[in-house]
Design a protein around this ligand. Structure first.
Ligand code: SF4
Length: 269
């Protein structure tokens, strides 16, 4: 019989760390978390993911240039180079033909050019870009990549780039979930609470910012601890309920999800 302190082997094998996106998956739908984090069922990359990953690389490299070279033309070149490097190995089957790839490339560059409408990169010297945030939080290990952090007149600002469209303002607070986690990790690692969280949506474009307080980060730590316990319980009991909603239409696992009758494609009775 296992002692009370012994971690069941299936749990220790699967929950070694948690990223904000996996935590968000579990909140949204435990079955989705199981498909992605436990079963690790690979999903086909999408044109939106390819755009996001490539834009993040281009923006990271932009800030590696001297300030006077951070121009729209250089950002477009950086995107094209990052795409040319990644496409053959990471996205070999993403496009059926070169015409659709060129259309995607043109749309991506248009989205990326919006970056210059929301800030002037010549005025920013980031303290960190694409920062590995693997960090112990109590008995948990939280991991992720923070896009950017810099010192400004408003204090310490951490930024998350998004290539998609911004949610309406009334739903924007929930989009700060990952950034609040990163702010907590910064507080633990640096001993300093960030002052501002910034979500930068390049489609639109639209920027949302919120101030950060220690009370918010304390609440986030409690939320993460509760989530971690809930995930441990789900793993121990093998119980991962489905939670259907509008986001099922965008779920990569819908075709194999038990919540849907795979013959009729409607929700199971
Ligand atoms: S299709 Fe919906 S219910 Fe099924 S795993 Fe995805 S989000 Fe969950």
């Amino acid at each position: 019989m296992a002692s009370q302190n012994e971690i069941p082997s299936n749990r220790s094998a699967t929950l070694q760390s948690l990223s904000p996106s996996r935590a968000s998956d579990f909140k949204r739908c435990p079955q989705l978390f199981k498909f992605s984090a436990i079963d690790r069922i690979p999903t086909e990359p999408t044109v939106y993911q390819a755009r996001g990953t490539t834009a993040h690389l281009a923006l990271e490299h932009l800030f590696g240039l001297p300030a006077n070279e951070r121009t729209p033309e250089r950002l477009a070149e950086l995107f094209a180079t990052a795409w040319a490097d990644a496409a053959p190995t990471e996205y070999p089957d993403l496009f059926p033909d070169s015409e659709s790839e060129q259309t995607w490339l043109a749309e991506s560059l248009e989205v990326l050019s919006n970056y210059f409408l929301v800030e002037d990169p010549t005025l920013i010297e980031p303290l960190a870009r694409e920062l590995d945030m693997t960090q112990a939080v109590g008995h948990m290990t939280i991991r992720g990549i923070l896009d950017r952090m810099e010192e400004t007149d408003e204090g310490l600002v951490i930024t998350d780039y998004k290539t998609g469209k911004a949610p309406p303002e009334r739903y924007a607070m929930s989009a700060f979930f990952a950034l609040k986690i990163y702010a907590l990790l910064i507080r633990i690692r640096e001993g300093r609470t960030p002052d501002v969280l910034k979500l930068m949506y390049l489609t639109g474009p639209k920027v949302y910012t919120i101030p950060v307080t220690d009370a918010q980060l304390d609440a986030m730590q409690r939320q993460l601890e509760a989530l971690w316990k809930a995930i441990e319980r789900a793993i121990d009991t093998g119980t991962f309920p489905t939670r259907t909603g509008v986001l099922c239409d965008y779920c990569s696992y819908r075709d194999i999800c038990p919540a849907f009758d795979q013959d009729t494609e409607g929700p199971s009775e």
